[in-house]
Design a protein around this ligand. Sequence first.
Ligand code: BTN
Length: 339
Amino acid sequence: MRTDKTDILTMLRNSGDYVSGQQLCDRFGVTRTAIWKVINQLKEEGYRIESVSGRGYRLAEGPGDFLSQSEIASRLTTKWAGCKVYYYDETGSTNNDAKRLGEEGAPHGTVVVADVQNAGKGRRGRGWQTLSGTALSFTILLRPEFAPDKASMITLVMALSVAEAVESVLEGAQDAVTTIKWPNDIVLNKKKICGMLTEMTMTPEMDEIQYIVVGAGTNVNNASPEEFQEEIRKTATSLRIETGRQIDRADLLERILLRFEDNYDVFLETLDMSGLREAYQKHLQGIGGVVRVLDPAGEYTGISRGINERGELLVEKEDGEVVRVYAGEVSVRGLYGYV
Ligand code: BTN
């Protein structure tokens, strides 16, 4: 059996108590020296591991906010989301990596995470830049069996999952209000903390989805607004800026994937947003308020009436007409700025 850091870390983490060297050797069929080497590697990475003769090893404390293959994989308690994890300190774009893995046959639920993306992609052909140690940038690869016209709703499913996970991380942080700016920006105290980019690849016959990649970038540990590019400084923020707390990105990822698994199941039951609509609308920014729809065919304002079961935003114009706004087609803003 292959023993690596992930296996040992998982065992120490799950035990929460001392695990004897012998137990580790028996479990993985390796020598004490092999175990000792891995324990030392973990210590070098910042894990505080106590060793007491006669009792063994105990994971006393993790290294704080730290991303690595082992740190992520040893935490995941999900059923399929993250069944395979690829972690890179630096890559081009996790969406591109996930698409490459999709072509190579990687399974449904494969997750790619990076500390830094040097060619991160935003929506509408824009870039997405983040500094090392600040963002949680990841992409999940999905191989759904549903029809292509359902795919746009998956971004809303992920948006809800990120919003719920962020909310759970911030529990107790007073005044931290997490909302979703339709369709899929996550907003904390009226500034953007997370954006998403979903890309779909069809089969060569173009009649079925081959795979979908859903990428999400969350500003987590940026210490000050100066860490954002000038163009987005007024509209972007991070979890740390808003709460004063350093957040563990691997923990946030685990929470997002757990919520995503549940929400995806609910979505699959009806193949629309009807089972998730209430939860989504609880987070929806500006519901009942005036929004400006930046439609290339002509801007208009109206009152946001929430989403329908297809995830379209319902905007009631002054003359009473209710327009269904499709994701991807237009931008929607508040009257006075970003939200
Ligand atoms: C937006 O413009 O709001 C969407 C930003 C999406 C960024 C994420 S980060 C992980 C994934 N990889 C990418 O290249 N983009 C997405």
